[in-house]
Design a protein around this ligand. Structure first.
Ligand code: NAP
Ligand code: MG
Length: 497
């Protein structure tokens, strides 16, 4: 893998043209593994954002994308997937430098992204309408149509993949796009647009507006020319988007935060449970919306579990994503690092026992990057902030339960409902418990795997609507009933004097 050293100069992409912003203020993009400047990104103005929206609206109405056949759009999506595969190594390298994740994680993200485009390329060619048996002389049917101008706002934890989860169904359905990636990770976002352009997607269909959420995100969410906002990010910003979307009652799809429970029963395969619980919280340095950040363990194995979990957590090799042997990468930014360290202090003040980790790592040349030890808290109570709030870092809290009822009660004691896991060798108990967990993405005797074919869906304050699968396509479509008379003539309802 080649490591590029040159600082990238990113641009906006509006109506098929790459250009800088009129705003002289720029955003400096840092490699979180070593603090080096990797890119300079423009910060678009409200006017430029509105211009991108206008272009997306005019392009939608022109029909160059919305009115072409599904076969044609599908062919573009397949071409995009091929280009992602072709540029796999470059994308992986850029994602690592932009986000700080390790190579094995970035490899999965880029492969999944190509697969996601292929999935929607296929799905859009399958039958999706309905007809109804109604009385003669009528024929009734339902057809699906694109929503129109979609605003896609994404976070920094899976910059490329989270974007693709939106782009693939949005494009498949025939929508046009105004895209705002996170300021901390705009690099592979730019590459995605380059790829879509290279695949020959007509100009104006995708528009990239780089800059601050408080300016660009707000403008997109408020605009009456935007028909839908698909947002992935924090619950707090999601709430704000919902409020701003009310002006024109635009469609919203929100994939938000989590504080997901991972329930471990005493009869679980012990090694499996420990191993998956580690992956559940420390994959992606814990910067994963579905992270199993609350580990809930049956009291008879609690001490043994905690001991083994900590032993394994201490062994995790933390280091730069591009360095051989790194098992857990950097925290995305200095401000996220600060948040995480603050939460660790809060945990200590609240009276929880810091059982392992808890510090920034500065040895072995990691001092210029943002690295945190895998951290474990025990002796926690449900009222503690570290148990209730999403930390979004490598910090696990381990809770204790007596019986099945208490396990479910603890699991559901949260405002969130994104994910959850249960480990047990009793099949009936596994199903009984998982069905009671109020969350959309769940696992039995594993933690983490999901598929482009299945819906990604948050209950409660983890979101509204779904990503992926057929459900993810539905979000980007309107449904229309068409009733056709097969006997053209007056109704005779009103007398004709
Ligand atoms: P965030 O702060 O909510 O930001 C997400 C995106 O929204 C960024 O592009 C951000 O722009 C933008 N934004 C900020 N303020 C905005 C506003 N007022 N209006 C419109 N857009 C605005 O989230 P984050 O810190 O990037 O990501 C972490 C969060 O994402 C966590 O809570 C995590 O659980 C959640 N997440 C959820 C899922 C899921 O599928 N459920 C997946 C991944 C992540 P800036 O560039 O200015 O920040
Ligand atoms: Mg943010």
């Amino acid at each position: 893998m080649t490591v590029t050293t040159q600082v990238l100069e990113l641009k906006l992409f509006i109506d098929g043209e790459w250009r800088l912003s009129t705003n002289p203020d720029t955003n400096k993009v840092i490699n979180p593994a070593n603090g080096e400047l990797i890119a300079i990104a423009p910060r678009a103005t409200i006017e430029e954002t509105n211009e991108a929206i206008k272009v997306a609206k005019a392009t939608f109405e022109s029909g160059v994308w919305s009115k072409i056949s599904a076969q044609e759009r599908s062919a573009y999506l397949l071409k995009i997937a091929d280009l992602i595969d072709e540029k796999h190594d470059e994308l992986v390298e850029l994602e690592i430098k932009d986000n700080g994740k390790i190579k094995a994680e970035a490899d999965i993200d880029i492969d999944d992204a190509a697969s996601c485009f292929r999935y929607y390329a296929g799905l859009i060619r399958t039958p999706d309408g309905e007809t109804y048996h109604v009385a003669d002389p009528l024929q009734a049917m339902v057809v699906r149509e694109p929503v129109g101008v979609t605003g896609l706002i994404v976070p920094w934890n899976f910059p490329f993949l989270m974007s693709v989860w939106k782009f693939a169904p949005a494009l498949a359905a025939g929508n046009t796009i105004v895209y705002k990636p996170a300021e901390v990770t705009p690099v592979t976002a730019t590459k995605l647009i380059e790829i879509i352009d290279e695949a020959g997607v007509p100009k104006g269909v995708v528009n990239l507006v780089l800059g601050q959420g408080s300016i660009i995100g707000e403008t997109i969410a408020r605009s009456h020319d935007v028909d839908m906002v698909s947002f992935t990010g924090s619950t707090e910003v999601g709430r704000n988007i919902m409020r701003n979307a009310a002006g024109n009652l635009k469609k919203i799809s929100l994939e938000l935060g989590g504080k997901s429970p991972n329930i471990i029963f005493a009869d679980a395969d012990f090694e499996t449970a420990v191993d998956h619980a580690l992956v559940g919280i420390f994959y992606g340095s814990g910067q994963v919306c579905s992270a199993g950040s609350r580990i809930i363990v049956e009291e008879t194995i609690y001490d043994h579990f905690v001991e083994e979990f900590i032993r394994r957590a201490k062994n995790i090799k933390v280091g730069p994503g591009l360095a051989e042997g790194s098992e857990m990468g950097a925290i995305v930014s200095e401000s996220q690092l600060k948040n995480i360290l603050e939460y660790i202090e809060i945990g200590k003040k609240e009276g929880a026992t810091l059982a392992s980790g808890g510090n920034r790592i500065t040895e072995n040349g990691l001092d210029k990057g943002f690295f945190v030890e895998p951290t474990v808290f025990v002796d926690v109570t449900p009222e503690m902030r570290i148990v209730k709030e999403e930390i979004f870092g490598p910090v696990a809290v381990i809770q204790k339960f007596k019986d099945e009822e208490e396990a479910v009660k603890l699991a559901n004691n949260t405002i969130y409902g994104l994910a959850g896991g249960v480990f047990t060798s009793d099949g009936a108990k596994a199903m009984r418990v998982i069905k009671q967990v109020r969350a959309g993405i769940t696992w039995i005797n594993t933690y983490g795997p999901t598929y482009n074919e299945a819906p990604w869906h948050g209950y409660k304050q983890s979101g509204i609507g779904s990503s992926l699968g057929t459900f993810g396509l539905d979000e980007f479509q309107e449904v229309k009933q068409i009733n056709i008379s097969l006997n053209v003539g007056p109704t005779g309802w009103f007398s004709n004097h």
